[in-house]
Design a protein around this ligand. Sequence first.
Ligand SMILES: [Zn+2]
Length: 396
Amino acid sequence: MDKKLAILLDPEKADLSALPITPDCHPDYIFVGGSTGGDTTAFVLAIKEKLASISFPLHGGIEGGLPIVLFPGNAEQFTPEADTILYLSLLSGDNPEYLVHQQVRAARAIHGSSITVIPTAYILIDGGVETSTMRVTGTKPLNPLNAEGIQTIIDTCIAAELMGKKAIYLEAGSGAKTPVPPSVIKAVREKVQIPLIVGGGIRTPEAMQAAYHAGADIVVIGNHFESHPEDLQKFLSAKRSVRETVCTLSAQRSDDERFMTLAIEEARKAFSSQEIPIGCVIVSQNQIIGRGHNLTETLSDVTAHAEIQAITAASQTVGGKYLPDATLYVTVEPCAMCAGAIGWAQISRIVYGTPDPKRGFRTYAPRAFHPKATVTSGVLETECRQLIQEFFKLKR
Ligand SMILES: [Zn+2]
């Protein structure tokens, strides 16, 4: 999904007159909720009135609109006046009151309304301060700073998806000293498909961007915009630049797959001449300047690896021994010898398909490349690996 920004308003604390929303400058959602109380119905009606007063199209209007999403701290905060409710279950804790009892108490009213319901796993992550949610629910947050805690966070998120939740809310808490670490968001993102909502302690556009890049779909900002209304514009343009970067990255990924497909074609040539099927192409300015495949048996030469063949060909093409603008695509992680040659040629980007833990450079020559070179791994990994596996199966 597209990256979304939500602002969270607490019915007890928020000052709607300070809300910096205009039809041209607004978040994607307004979340309404607090861990204690407040008259949610009156508050939601006041938001609607405020939006109407700036001729903001309400949700369901022709021009899109701004959904009001309930983020309730308890059953009493339900109101059918909102558009959507995050039907939260506090999965990080073991208090039955917030796992299921509050949900049961609100069930009939929710069921009888026309509100959109999103079953959501609510997961408290330690943000360095005790939050009112912890006090009210009597539960401890999960620790994002040690391996065991991170594993528990990931397992809880996997469980949430298995239980049929439609979203996961990773919450560092309002006033958190540190937001949910991007590394933790990334680890969760790798295991679950459902949308990730991340909130608490995010106060700068950079922190928001880090959360998006790590895999957050919706970032929730608390009362920051009440004291810094001018910042909303900055956050929104930071969000736009994330979308552009994501587009660039996906364009790069499709280029990578295109060239890796050509490297796989080279590997197939090796396969058909009974060579271990590894192929390589070298690309500069979107043009192939060298290609090669493994020829160690044919040439009876242990140095005749795919990368060496391709580097020799590329140097002949450009008429020089250095290839600083080139990207090398190879189906299998380069060995120490080839990594040395890639380093000598000053190739600036290396893309490989499948890892080779037994012979790969990562184990034997992790610093062989040029210091500024970047490495991308896992491009068309399955195809690259299957080719090798197929070859050795036939050999046996
Ligand atoms: Zn090699």
